[in-house]
Write a protein that binds this ligand. Sequence first.
Ligand SMILES: Cc1ncc(COP(=O)(O)O)c(C=O)c1O
Length: 337
Amino acid sequence: LDTGIFHIGPHFQTDSQADFYSVLSDFLPHKLSRFHPSISGSEATEVAIKSCMHKTGAKKFIGFTGGYHGRTFGALSVSGEKGKNANLGPFSPKCEIIAFPQSKDCINDSILSLDEEPLAGVIIEPIQATAGLRFVNENALRELRAYTKSNNIPLIFDETFTGFFRTGKMFCFEHYNLVPDILVFGKALSAGFPAGLVVSTEEILGQWQKGVQSSTFQLGPIAAAASRSFLSKLKNDNLVKNAKKQNLTFKKELNNLTVTGKLVDVRGIGSFWVLEFDSQETNMKVRKQALDNGLITWECGERGECLGLVPPLNTDIRIIEKACRIIKKSVSEVLQL
Ligand SMILES: Cc1ncc(COP(=O)(O)O)c(C=O)c1O
């Protein structure tokens, strides 16, 4: 970076990239030792899909209802949540969207109903974000891991949203005590610089032939330096401590909201909290009221029925407290509680 050369294209590696991969390795299970950079979460999904197809020779994927993996065509294909692009199909690669397993039985039923076509891979957000913070059933995830392992089907966890401490652990797979074959990262990965990354095994990514995948700006030197600096902040600063305090503050402040009628649920994990309403209309009213009261919120949920709170991990606790006060005030103003 001292040379002032900020771009070198995909054919060369700089020290800042090598350094970043090396530090990231310390956070990852030993078997996930291979990296392939990209410019975004969507492109990382494309890379993950291609790596599965090259590895298995198969062409069909399994995705889940509510799953969101990006807006490029391959990513759309494997996303249950296609939004306004749903009518652009047929999509490629072929993908069967099955019910997001919030109970154990539901995954067994889905697996039993699959046809004979060989699978290239299965892609899941174990904690769905855009669908409004929905949690996979832990036993179902284990069943899915067992099924994919015994059939040599790569299992992809898309951690574009959940990675890097958003859910109170470095990676969301750590909540389940199992390791996927492929991880997809983006967003927080590079602390605001555009970048994505696929992490996988020697067996899957190590065997790629040259030229199979490249992208001019894939995790360039500046993004790598930003990522590296973010990792050292996660390691050495009070960032993790602050994120834990954020979680406790949300819990304390939001858990006493009265869940009744139009406010269907309040749920959260780490620094990611959601208020689920009966409809998008109610949600819009509360979000508008919160905005008028000084707080920007995020719309999520399969029907736009969820208000999401996703603060930066370094947001001061006093701001989180203030945000929760605004939420409570706005909810009671709109719902007349
Ligand atoms: C889980 C998940 N995967 C993939 C993406 C796509 O990432 P990007 O917007 O960087 O292409 C997103 C973006 O919201 C996401 O939440």
